[in-house]
Design a protein around this ligand. Structure first.
Ligand SMILES: [Zn+2]
Length: 270
């Protein structure tokens, strides 16, 4: 056993796929909904990228977590059903990708409940995992989740190994991630939304992520890679992702786990 993991597991890879579609763009500015070019970039996720990623995951026998905003789940019910039927977990990710830190308590609770009900209606199972849109939870988010029986959150950056927190008298797991393990800062380019940082080369990003995994492996942590179908579903990038999956799978003792599986594992440990 290395670190917190049981048996021969030395490192866990928690791949998560944020199916934001157009929601994350509309959240930035509702006026963006009137920009067909920008909206089409978001739509590429549910339209093309998601199934391409699903097929890649099937080829590698990997199950992971999809965080889906309620409005995108409503608009793509068949896709969400298919993701779930193919063995992946669906986590709560707001309604129109609202950042909890910008909401009142009443708004945050309303969005949390509404989005949860949508996923429940589509898959038949209520989500037990949550990721704050924009990785921007409020000071109350973790407590609200714990009070509602969520098993885990994946929004914070204070560790690289999942851990159990006490929130409002309840135990809840945090599965931390980081911008370095997120495709958005490297690849997002949207002049209409004033995001103009140059698109990074695939080799540089591959090296960053492969090194992040190798370091996590050495320290026995959890490599929580966070990707978006509208970004990583593109043809060149998905080949880079496949190369990364092969690289990670070549190490002994690497387990790919969904957020829910990690949370249950930790909550069962005392
Ligand atoms: Zn998101």
């Amino acid at each position: 056993m290395a670190g917190i993991w049981p048996g021969d597991i030395r490192c866990v890879v928690a791949l998560s796929i944020d199916l934001d579609g157009r929601a994350s763009w509309v959240q930035r500015d509702p006026q963006f909904a009137q920009l067909p070019g920008l909206m089409s970039m978001g739509d590429y996720g549910p339209r093309v990228g998601a199934r391409r990623l699903l097929n890649l995951l099937d080829e590698h026998g990997i199950r992971c977590t999809f965080f889906v905003p309620g409005s995108i789940a409503e608009a793509n019910g068949e896709l969400v059903k298919e993701i779930y039927a193919r063995g992946h977990e669906i986590g709560n990710h707001g309604y129109v990708h609202e950042h909890p830190a910008t909401l009142t308590a009443a708004q945050e609770i309303d969005i949390l409940e509404r989005s949860r009900a949508i996923v429940h209606r589509i898959t038949g199972e209520a989500p037990v995992g949550y990721r704050a849109p924009g990785l921007n939870p409020s000071e109350r988010t973790l407590r609200l989740l714990a009070e509602r029986g969520y098993l885990y959150d994946s929004s914070l950056m204070d560790a690289d190994t999942p851990y159990v927190r006490e929130e409002g008298g309840h135990r809840i797991v945090e599965i931390p991630t980081h911008w370095e393990w997120d495709d958005f800062p490297f690849f997002a380019f949207a002049p209409a939304a004033n995001i103009r940082a140059p698109i990074q080369g695939l080799e540089a990003v591959y090296h960053t992520w492969a090194s992040g995994f190798e370091g996590t492996y050495r320290y026995g942590g959890c490599f929580a890679l966070l990707i978006h179908p509208q970004i990583m579903g593109r043809p060149g990038r998905i080949l880079m992702l496949e190369r990364l999956l092969r690289h990670m799978r070549s190490f002994p003792g690497v387990a790919f786990m969904r957020g829910v599986d990690i949370a249950k594992l930790l909550l069962e440990q005392k």
